[in-house]
Design a protein around this ligand. Structure first.
Ligand code: ATP
Length: 483
């Protein structure tokens, strides 16, 4: 397990030093809540999104994806209730004067981190406004979530893709929220990216999930609303027990909580750092009968990583009422037109996922004297580093040939500068799972030395086997010790 003693500020410093994340427009002083991502971070983010899409869309038969626009007809946001209700309570600390946002349910109950009491300033709508074209007053909004475009396009997508209930529609894309107090590095920003699914089921069969069997024996660290009220600690129990005791209200919510947890674990996250927490009654949105957060043990406490809500048929019905369009679909089983029910909406941020993978991968290896980022090879930005042992033309020529060959299939790097130890350390710090060294013997035996990031073990392999071995290592088909 990674030494997870790093603070969020130290993580921000590490990310800046390694060229991963910078305050946006830093030469002009940056802008609070906005970040720019450097080359390796773009790779990591793309890998996270690619793995999410593969797992949630491509490997399944019941989920398709869309890509809606960031700015859409503002009536979408009137119908969804965002124009009226997407507000936070804006408070200011009476002592240190720091602004913050709190939940309505927290008024009078929470204090500033300095211990001071909060003064309520008012409600602040979190949507960013803009104008369309040259006309002042033609207000539109930057989307605060991707979900609404799924609802607005629901019938078009369901019918053109010939989807049969139950099915999901997924989307990955930017979202914008004018957060009152962006903080904790990437945890709370004003521009971020979401990976969301609306999972639609028949309204008369909104609780039973046909996939629940595989999840039943799964054990989770559970903090129910009841436990929170009684100030109890989370309890470990199986999904089966949680359903039996009616702690988790529906099989669909249970199934998606397990599925989302499994996605993180399959990519190398640390199981003990996860728990699920039920929303308290006064935290719930008015249309939601139950909502759970997949929480992660961040250095600043257990916090929401992903929300998984039962959204009922609220959104589709709102869009039917506002647009006066029929968004119901024909259900072949019952021979009736129905408005489906959203049994679960898993909604996850790319930035918070990035932090989870980084915290769980970060290892300050005192023996090696450098940081080792033990990222899963699927998430790692660079899959292998290719090094000529020394700067001799014949070694460089062979190393460059290997690099050019592998580059067609993987994001690999070429590094000829500094001692081999220094190059290993640089590769460790970027999370590169393998280093491939070309030496004088390579010219004769057509083999190279491949070194494992996590164990520093080295094996000699034939150059013509490199591509296949790298692919298997990245896909998790083999472990380094099995080469
Ligand atoms: P919070 O209570 O932390 O403000 P939320 O409940 O408003 O979050 P959701 O609307 O459920 O968040 O958004 C779904 C997901 O999108 C979150 O779980 C998180 O991963 C991500 N997310 C939301 N707001 C932000 C933000 N300001 N910065 C980064 N990620 C965010």
């Amino acid at each position: 397990m990674a030494e997870k003693k790093l603070s969020i500020e130290e993580m921000a410093v590490f990310c800046k030093k390694k060229g991963l994340v910078f305050p946006s427009g830093e030469i002009y002083g940056g802008l609070s809540g906005f970040f720019d991502f450097g080359p390796n971070c773009v790779e990591i983010r793309n890998n996270i999104k690619k793995e999410w899409w593969k797992f949630h869309v491509q490997e399944r038969e019941d989920i398709v994806g869309i890509d809606g626009s960031i700015i859409t007809n503002p009536r979408v946001w009137e119908a969804s209730g965002h124009v009226k209700n997407f507000t936070d309570v804006y408070v200011k600390c009476k002592k240190c004067k720091k602004p913050n946002k709190i939940d309505k349910s927290e008024i009078g109950k929470v204090r500033c981190e300095c211990g001071g009491e909060y003064e309520v300033i008012g409600d602040l709508n979190l949507m960013f406004k803009t104008n369309i074209g040259p006309v002042e007053g033609s207000t539109a909004y930057l989307r605060p979530e991707t979900a609404q475009l799924i609802f607005a396009n629901f019938k078009l997508v369901a019918e053109s893709s010939r989807l049969k209930l139950p099915f999901g529609i997924a989307q990955v894309g930017k979202a914008f929220r004018n957060e009152i107090s962006p903080r904790d590095f990437l945890f709370r920003c004003r521009e971020f990216e979401q990976m969301e699914i609306e999972y639609f089921v028949h309204p008369e069969n909104s609780k039973k999930c046909p996939f629940i069997k595989d999840a039943l024996k799964h054990e989770m660290n559970i903090l129910s609303a009841e436990m929170q009220k009684k100030e109890k600690n989370p309890q470990k129990m199986t999904v089966e027990q949680a359903l039996k005791k009616k702690i988790i209200g529906t099989e669909w919510l249970a199934y998606w909580l397990v599925t989302e947890y499994n996605w993180f674990i399959s990519l190398g996250a640390t199981p003990d750092n996860f728990r699920i927490r039920q929303h308290l009654k006064d935290e719930l949105a008015h249309y939601s009968s139950d909502c759970w957060d997949l929480e992660y043990n961040f250095p600043f406490g257990w916090k929401e990583l992903e929300g998984i809500a039962d959204r009922s048929d609220f959104d589709l019905k709102q869009h039917i009422n506002h647009s006066k369009k029929d968004l119901s679909i024909f259900d072949q089983e019952t021979n009736k037109k129905i408005v489906p029910y959203v049994a679960a909406e898993p909604s996850l941020g790319v930035e918070r996922s990035f932090l989870v993978f980084m915290f769980d991968a970060y290892n300050d290896d005192k023996k090696r004297g450098n940081i080792v980022l033990k990222l899963d090879p699927k998430i790692a930005p660079i899959k292998a580093g290719i090094f000529p042992l020394i700067g001799k033309p014949e070694l460089e020529k062979l190393a460059k040939e290997i690099h050019a060959n592998l580059k067609k299939y993987f994001n690999v790097s070429y590094d000829r500068s500094g001692s081999i130890g220094r190059r290993y350390a640089r590769a460790d710090e970027t999370g590169t799972p393998c280093c491939i060294t070309v030496d004088f013997d390579s010219l004769k035996d057509k083999s190279v030395t491949i070194r494992d990031r996590d164990t520093t073990k080295q094996v000699r392999i034939k150059i013509d086997k490199l591509r296949d071995i790298l692919r298997k290592l990245i896909d998790g088909e083999i472990k380094f010790i099995n080469i």
